[in-house]
Design a protein. Structure first.
Length: 369
């Protein structure tokens, strides 16, 4: 086994790591890419994304409506059964109504681990948004200090530099997808959310060096973009690989969307972090008319030469569901095909395979003459 394969294997293992899997006492559970990871790291915490793919959540059923999304159900179920007790804290940004409801139910039912909310502006382009968000970051830092996790401006500045380096590594892996299978690229990027940033960087930079020395794979099969919210398991990329497709880019919560924008490394670190959160590509839970989600998908497909976009909707995710219509219209106007794929906590592989196969065969069909 080569060193490169070993590095990739370690990233694949980390991407599928269950909850929690690191030393207790230093972990901060996060459930959204709008969480200020740099702030948690500066407080001496290791941010870890709360994965709940396929987890049964019977303990949550009595407290949630039937239309709560699988992520909310899985995370609440894990909390109520004690699977998250090793975490030092959990941070929930207010992105969607379900996430806000999760915070309220959690606080009423579960005193540990401590739950902190982070309320960002829904309208990202408002003139008061930067000042408000800077103050909200300071407020979160104050609540972390009450937990014995003080945040100094100097530590925050160092964490910003570290996470900028991490996001540059993710950007580079994204640019080297032609050396990786779709499932391998998914794991190499998703692992950034499941391990300490320093450890991820050591593996990611070693993988980048190995990939840069490797020739591209033959560009065979239709090229697609993966888009949606969080993709917590590799089933869809694995099926795309098996069916001969190629993923040439993504717009996912645990994909490259959060890695595109870096924070300023000079000046006030609180303002730099606030500005980065406001400037990064917005998810459908936010209001950013100057950079609409639908146009971003169409532009990404055009830049990457994708023939189609696979838009993955986690069932009952209202923000992404609301954006599905304008996204479809923008893609149709640009001549890009789209597959709208609704998924649940547990998915039948053969049903997904059938739909993906039909879509990829359509993309591969010769144009009418």
């Amino acid at each position: 086994m080569s060193a490169g394969i070993g590095v990739l294997g370690a990233l694949q293992e980390a991407a599928l790591r269950p909850l929690p899997a690191l030393a207790a006492g230093s972990l901060a559970g996060v459930a959204c890419s709008y969480t200020p990871l740099e702030l948690l790291h500066a407080a001496g915490l290791v941010p870890l994304r709360l994965r709940a793919p396929g987890l049964p959540a019977p303990a949550a059923e009595a407290w949630l409506p039937s239309f709560a999304c699988p992520l909310i159900r899985g995370v609440l179920g894990a909390a109520l059964t004690g699977r998250l007790d090793a975490l030092a804290a959990v941070i929930l940004p207010h992105t969607c109504d379900s996430m806000q409801e999760l915070a309220g139910i959690w606080r009423a039912l579960r005193p540990a681990p401590p739950l902190l909310t982070f309320v960002e502006p829904l309208s990202l382009e408002g003139p008061r948004a930067p000042a408000y968000l800077r103050q909200e970051l300071l407020s979160l830092a104050g609540r972390l200090e009450h937990l014995g996790r003080p945040v100094a401006a100097e530590a925050l500045a160092r964490s910003i530099v570290l996470y900028n380096r991490l996001r540059r590594a993710v950007q580079r892996i994204d640019s080297l997808r032609d050396r990786l299978a779709a499932a391998e690229a998914w794991a190499a990027i998703a692992a950034a959310w499941q391990m300490p940033p320093e450890h991820y960087l050591s593996l990611a930079e070693a993988l980048i060096a190995e990939l840069e020395a490797r020739p591209p794979r033959p560009a065979q099969g239709p090229a697609v973009i993966l888009a949606g919210s969080v993709l917590d398991e590799p089933l869809i990329p694995e099926l795309i690989d098996a069916l001969g497709g190629r993923v040439v880019g993504d717009d996912l919560c645990n994909g490259t969307r959060d890695a595109i924008t870096l924070a300023a490394e000079s000046g006030d670190p609180w303002a730099a972090l606030a500005d980065r959160l406001l400037a990064r590509p917005a998810c459908p839970a936010k209001h950013a008319p100057g950079a609409p989600y639908a146009a971003r998908l169409a532009n990404l497909a055009a830049r990457r030469g994708a023939q189609g976009v696979i838009q993955v909707l986690v069932k009952f995710c209202d923000p992404h569901g609301f954006e599905a219509v304008p996204a479809g219209q923008a893609l149709a106007a640009s001549g890009t095909a789209r597959l709208f794929l609704e998924v649940e906590a547990v998915n039948a592989p053969e049903q997904l395979r059938t739909r993906l196969q039909a879509f990829l065969e359509m993309l591969s069909a010769p144009a009418d003459t």
